[in-house]
Write a protein that binds this ligand. Structure first.
Ligand code: HPA
Ligand code: ZN
Length: 350
């Protein structure tokens, strides 16, 4: 489809800073979203009560006050604790449905979301309960909201290779529900090489592969994700800019990077949004996309991330359109569906 190449170059008034209406109207795909990270404090407290789970908070304000992070680990400690309120199929449905309603409001037309089964199975919850709740919401979103989606099963890298194999074994009856596997949790000290064999098994079964790399970890982790895990996309990847040869390779191979600007600010990868390098990444020709990561913890969903970039990085309409185009091209959709979204984008930016 050559006529659909580099659509962003046809953006009208390309140098103007993008406004909210334009950003909302852009058809966007979200490729880096942990569904457990979309658990809003209100729903967390409601589920805690419904399931009689004790939490160290008494109000929404207290929960929000606790969301002061100094790095990835300080976030993960609270993130795993909050997931403890998710017990039943309906809980996973409610969590996912709430996220999808926000997608609908924000012009997210397609989402490929992550979930962390080990966070739940290690609490004695059957993996089928997790799958059933999430996939029922995704299916309702397709029919009621017109949102298309896919699911990516993430292994927790702070756990062992053996744990990852056991998780994958439990997931086998449900593989038709997932697009691929991913790798998340505490990055430094847990290089991609630790999961080379389980990723090989997943790829042999026809699954896609993605991995968090180069968020807090060094560029060598990005090389490992590419060479050992043979990933289709790198999640985060912002530290690639420290290695010129790596940047050139990522550009040449067109490897998508699912960047999460507001997450990076809240986890102190960058001190403030004005310091974020995502627009430089675009200028270097990297296939960068914008994503929310864990929106309820970091204070913003996908459209909010675009808005922060317009405010603090003076992101133009052409840059925003390019990021939206990258998101659709970097997704695992293809054929008519991909072309429909690209045609829609072309109309919106004209
Ligand atoms: N990095 C690593 N693991 C995660 C993240 C993240 O940003 N969010 C949820 N799990
Ligand atoms: Zn993430």
């Amino acid at each position: 489809m050559s006529k659909l190449r580099d659509i962003w170059k046809t953006t009208s008034r390309p140098e103007e800073v993008a406004d909210t209406a334009f950003l909302r109207a852009l058809p966007k795909a979200e490729l880096h979203l942990h569904i457990e990270g979309s658990l809003e404090p209100e729903l967390m407290l409601k589920l805690a009560e419904r399931n009689a789970v004790a939490l160290p908070y008494n109000s929404v304000e207290e929960v929000r006050e606790a969301y002061q992070f100094t790095n990835l680990q300080t976030f993960l400690d609270i993130y795993y604790q909050s997931a403890g309120v998710l017990l039943n199929e309906q809980d996973f449905y409610d969590l996912t449905w709430a996220y999808l309603l926000t997608c609908h409001e924000q012009g997210v037309v397609h989402t490929e979301l992550f979930f962390d089964p080990q966070t739940h199975t290690e609490r004695g919850i059957d993996i089928g309960v997790v799958f059933d709740g999430i996939t029922r919401a995704l299916s309702d979103a397709a029919t009621q909201l017109g949102i298309t989606s896919g699911l990516i099963l993430c292994f927790l890298r702070h756990l062992s290779e053996q744990d990852a194999f056991e998780c994958f074994e439990q997931a086998k009856p449900y593989l038709h529900h997932i697009l691929g596997v991913g790798l998340d949790s505490s990055e430094v000290g847990h290089p991609p090489s630790k999961f080379e064999r389980v990723f090989a098994q997943a790829r042999d079964l026809g699954l896609k592969a993605v991995a968090h790399a180069g968020e807090e970890g060094p560029p060598s982790y990005i090389y490992e994700a590419l060479d050992l895990l043979k990933v289709d996309r790198i999640d985060h990847g912002v530290r690639c800019l420290e290695d010129e040869a790596l940047v050139e390779r990522l550009v040449e191979e067109g490897i998508p990077l699912t960047v999460c600007p507001q997450s990076n600010v809240r986890l102190k990868v960058f001190e403030k949004m004005a310091d974020h390098t995502i627009l430089q990444m675009l200028d270097r020709g990297l296939m960068a996309t914008v994503n929310a990561d864990d929106p309820s913890f970091f204070g913003g969903y996908l459209l909010d991330n675009f808005q922060f970039m317009a405010n603090d990085l003076a992101m133009t309409r052409a840059q925003a359109a390019r990021l939206a185009e990258n998101s659709i091209r970097s997704s695992f959709i293809s054929g008519d569906l991909e072309n429909n979204y690209l045609e829609k984008l072309k109309k919106v930016i004209a």
